[in-house]
Design a protein around this ligand. Structure first.
Ligand code: PSU
Ligand code: MN
Length: 307
């Protein structure tokens, strides 16, 4: 029994050593409303193909873990009401019960590794939530980055998080946090945060070499690439800050906890920004898909010249 079912296109690309980019599905089921979620998922896949790589959206459908969904599968997932949100803790349970679930960054990294996919594009990773000193709410995405060797392209951590604490946890766990093309750490909806990024790289080829060297050095874990949102799509940090504070306060007063926190905050910010947060989110995901495809192409080329 194979643990992961590759779509025909993903299987063909893998057999030839061609570049593949993994994509998560929680952003589809829990991160964006219908029908923009489906449009985003289709556009991201097209963007990856346009830049020479094969997209592999990851999800569990009726108990089967998939890498690469066909059009009807993607369409159905985007409209599924009760899809579970699957992190490292939930993946095996969902498969054992034959249920349908969408993978977070953590679970998508696990699936990507199984499918031998080395690059993954998303919007923003989970991290240390504001108030974590009381709630202990720290995303399993951080522990996954410390142990699973996938290069994850994000727009930094979501500004709903405590960014300084998120950076500290990543540093403690030996995860390289690499800003792409600038010194400042990007903050999801905004291109720059006040925090300097721990590392900076300016081209996909060097990122690819660092990815391969981590493996050669025997270092577990991945790289986090923090790719700033394009300037014309960003929402200034001082516009977002009071809205984020309001959304966080509402989550606390309504007793929202656990895996419901991030979807609650994203959906409140969608309302509070009158949809602007969603437009920015889609723009940054597309931007990340482009960079991820370039990195995947560089890794594939390096592997082919080494072989
Ligand atoms: N980035 C987005 N939208 C999302 C997420 C990330 O632009 O919906 C999802 C990812 O799947 C990420 C998850 O792994 O939120 C983090 O959830 P938590 O904080 O519960 O670990
Ligand atoms: Mn959490």
């Amino acid at each position: 029994m194979s643990l992961i079912t590759l779509s025909p296109k993903v299987a063909a690309a893998r057999a030839k050593g061609d570049p593949i980019v993994a994509l998560e599905s929680t952003i589809i089921t829990h991160g964006m409303p219908w029908p923009q979620n489906l449009e985003m998922a289709q556009q991201v896949e097209a963007e990856i193909r346009a830049h020479g790589a094969t997209p592999a959206t990851i999800a569990v459908l009726d108990g089967t873990l998939h890498a690469g969904l066909n059009a009807p599968q993607l369409n159905a997932l985007a409209q599924t009401q009760g899809a579970a949100k699957l992190s490292r803790a939930d993946l095996a349970v969902c498969m054992a019960e034959g249920r349908t679930g969408a993978t977070t960054v953590a679970a998508t990294m696990i699936a990507a590794r199984l499918a031998e996919i080395e690059v993954f594009a998303t919007g923003g990773i989970g991290g240390v939530h504001q108030g974590a000193e009381e709630s202990f709410d720290i995303s399993a995405d951080l522990a996954e980055l410390a142990q699973t060797p996938v290069t994850v392209v994000s727009a930094g951590a979501k500004a709903i998080l405590d960014l300084p604490k998120t950076l500290e946890v990543l540093e403690t766990n030996g995860v390289p946090v690499i800003a792409y093309g600038q010194d400042a750490l990007p903050a999801f909806w905004s291109a720059a945060s006040p925090l300097p990024a721990p590392l900076r790289m300016d081209d996909p080829g060097t990122i690819a070499r660092a990815h391969l060297l981590r493996g050669a050095l025997g270092l577990p874990g991945g790289q986090l690439i923090a790719n700033p949102i394009p300037q014309d799509a960003e929402i200034p940090a001082d516009t977002m800050a009071p809205l984020i504070a309001q959304a966080n306060a509402e989550a606390a007063s309504q007793g929202i906890t656990g895996k419901a926190v991030t979807p609650f905050l994203l959906s409140r910010l969608y309302d509070l920004t009158e949809g602007r947060s969603l437009t920015a989110n889609i723009a940054l995901v597309l931007n990340n898909a482009r960079l991820a495809a370039k990195i995947a192409c560089e890794i594939a080329n390096l592997r082919k010249t080494m072989a």
